[in-house]
Ligand binder design. Structure first.
Ligand SMILES: [Zn+2]
Length: 412
């Protein structure tokens, strides 16, 4: 038997764009999908078959905004200032494993300390079992600005451009810049800009010149407009805060739709006990996300995992249920965390679809998430580059092949 080949059968498929109600047979070789059959065919002679029964097969989920270094509910600022690298890295491994068991097979880390997410990325690329990591390293921020404690302080054009070069030298996948202040850093004002348009332009030009996309964290409407004008590839949060409250700017939205700018919609659910001023922000936030989606902006549902106690690193499936209730249909929501998220991470063609040539990063769930997104939490199996992920919930009589795919080092 050729153990580099395997076949997976399930009752239904969501392929990253469309649903198929009928049997699906996926052929995998060396960690990649080679064929997707919807005719009910049997696998070729000698290829071991895993029949997942009455399950829906879909691409592994992609969380396009996570912080593996942050412990959900932990004292983040203190930990980032005082814990040694080994401690932080240990935490990151646990968080990555937790995400993977939930079917999140790709994690984009938008802010670490000391480039530790790159160390994790290499560990997993060299055969260790973990999600594919897409890493920004420490975000650029001004002195004592939002998330200054991650070590990415850079003021003015010269320092910011040097910071981009530094990141490129470390081998990051993208550059993250805090265009405005943030809510989670003491003393930071989310309604204020941290960089001028000229500084943001210098950063995007320097990054694009090295083949690196730029993602801008921005809450304030002015900071969002500047980031878009500067050519940022993505805007995270995109809250549209103004001195008069949350006010969406339709011209900026149209510019984002025209440019194909991605919006990272970090899910925030209203909760009892939240201060009124926060609740007043959340309602228009969701109205704005829905408006952007309707206007053709590429809105990607993501989590900001790690930032508080409500954000463990496997929160994406449940956050997606809330996203769909506010912004999109179930099918659009599923697309948002698979093929669209893959495109936002520069991984179109490799991730986010069940299609030939794509990595065999797969999630199988009981039920049909197209009808009920809650099904995403009923995980039957997770495969990463064709290899079974251990520690997933009990799988009944399902038998999956053991790890043992050759060439595992190449799957990133
Ligand atoms: Zn974040």
């Amino acid at each position: 038997m050729d153990d580099s080949r395997s076949a997976i059968r399930a009752a239904r498929l969501f392929d990253g764009e469309r649903a198929h109600n009928g049997p699906v047979l996926v052929l995998v070789e060396d960690g990649r999908i080679t064929d997707v059959d919807l005719t009910g065919a049997n696998p070729p002679e000698g290829v071991p078959l895993t029949d997942l029964g009455d399950a829906t097969l879909l691409p592994g989920l992609i969380d396009a905004h996570s912080h593996l270094a942050f412990e959900a509910g932990g004292a983040t600022e203190h930990q980032m200032c005082h814990d040694d690298d080994a401690t932080v890295l240990g935490r990151m491994r646990e968080h990555a494993a937790r995400a993977l068991r939930a079917g999140i097979t790709t994690v984009r880390d938008l802010g670490d300390r000391g480039y530790l997410s790159l160390r994790l990325r290499e560990e997993f690329a060299e055969g260790g079992m973990g999600p594919r990591i897409v890493a920004a390293g420490p975000p650029l921020t001004r002195t004592r600005g939002h998330c200054w404690y991650l070590g990415g302080e850079a003021d003015g054009v010269d320092e910011a451009v040097a910071a981009v070069a530094d990141r490129a030298g470390h081998g990051v996948d993208l550059v993250k810049i805090m265009a405005t202040g943030g809510m989670s850093t003491t003393g930071s004002n989310p309604g204020g800009s941290q960089y001028t348009l000229a500084e943001l332009r210098a950063v995007t030009e320097a990054a694009h010149g090295r083949g690196l996309p730029v993602v801008a964290h921005a809450h304030a409407a002015a900071g969002i407009a500047d980031a878009v004008a500067a050519g940022a590839d993505g805007v995270e949060h995109c809250t549209f805060m103004t001195p008069k409250g949350v006010r969406l700017d339709p011209a900026t939205v149209d510019a984002m739709a025209a440019a194909g700018t991605f919006v990272g919609c970090t899910v925030v659910k209203p909760r009892a006990g939240m201060p009124d001023e926060v609740l007043r922000t959340i309602e228009p936030y969701w109205e704005n996300q829905a408006y952007m989606h309707r206007r053709g902006v590429r809105v990607v549902c993501c989590t900001d995992a790690g930032i508080n106690a409500h954000k463990p690193h496997d929160v994406l499936p449940t956050d997606l249920v809330y996203f769909a209730s506010q912004v999109a249909t179930n099918t659009e929501a599923l697309t948002s965390v698979t093929s669209l998220a893959a495109a936002s991470c520069g991984l179109a063609g490799r991730k986010g679809r069940v299609a030939p040539g794509h990595d065999a990063d797969l999630l199988a769930v009981a039920g049909n998430p197209v009808h009920d997104l809650g099904a995403l939490s009923r995980v039957r199996a997770v495969l990463r580059a064709g290899r079974r992920v251990a520690g997933v919930l009990p799988q009944g009589d399902v038998v999956l092949p053991e790890a043992g795919v050759s060439g595992a080092g190449g799957h990133r």
